[in-house]
Design a protein around this ligand. Structure first.
Ligand SMILES: [Mg+2]
Length: 136
């Protein structure tokens, strides 16, 4: 599983990186601009990301704008639906009680920070992108 962590907070980034690196290649971007560039590069290299963990609040370009652009880049390259990256939004607030309807349509899931290893693991398992043999 090739993953991209997009997160401006070092501690949150490091936590996810340790977990995800155990499952394959794991890259890090610290804002939305880097994230979009990382996605473009991966597609150019013919190795698109399977998973993107995307923070909402980031400097330069936030997660909402980044997600829109990432989906555009995928579409331009003919990558859609099942082939597109699975996106988990990471957020400090509960999206289910807010008005993020359109935004949520562009992602598969979201996790409220601080993220726990078990929750992240369960989401990946639900998405079917973890190797079944792996045990936490
Ligand atoms: Mg942030």
């Amino acid at each position: 599983m090739k993953s991209l962590i997009v997160e401006d907070d070092f501690a949150a980034r490091r936590f996810m990186q340790i977990y995800l690196a155990a499952h394959g290649e794991c890259s890090v971007a610290i804002n939305g601009v880097e994230a979009v560039n990382a996605v473009k590069l991966a597609i150019e290299e013919n190795k698109p990301y399977d998973l993107i963990c995307l923070d909402i609040m980031m400097p330069i370009m936030d997660g909402i704008e980044a997600l829109t652009k990432i989906r555009e880049v995928e579409k331009e390259n003919g990558i859609e639906t099942l082939d597109a990256a699975k996106v988990i939004i990471t957020t400090a607030k509960d999206l289910s009680s807010s008005t993020f309807g359109d935004f949520r349509a562009g992602c598969e899931s979201y996790l409220v920070k601080p993220i726990r290893k078990k929750e992240l693991h369960n989401e990946l398992e639900k998405m079917g992108i973890l190797k079944p043999k792996y045990q936490i």
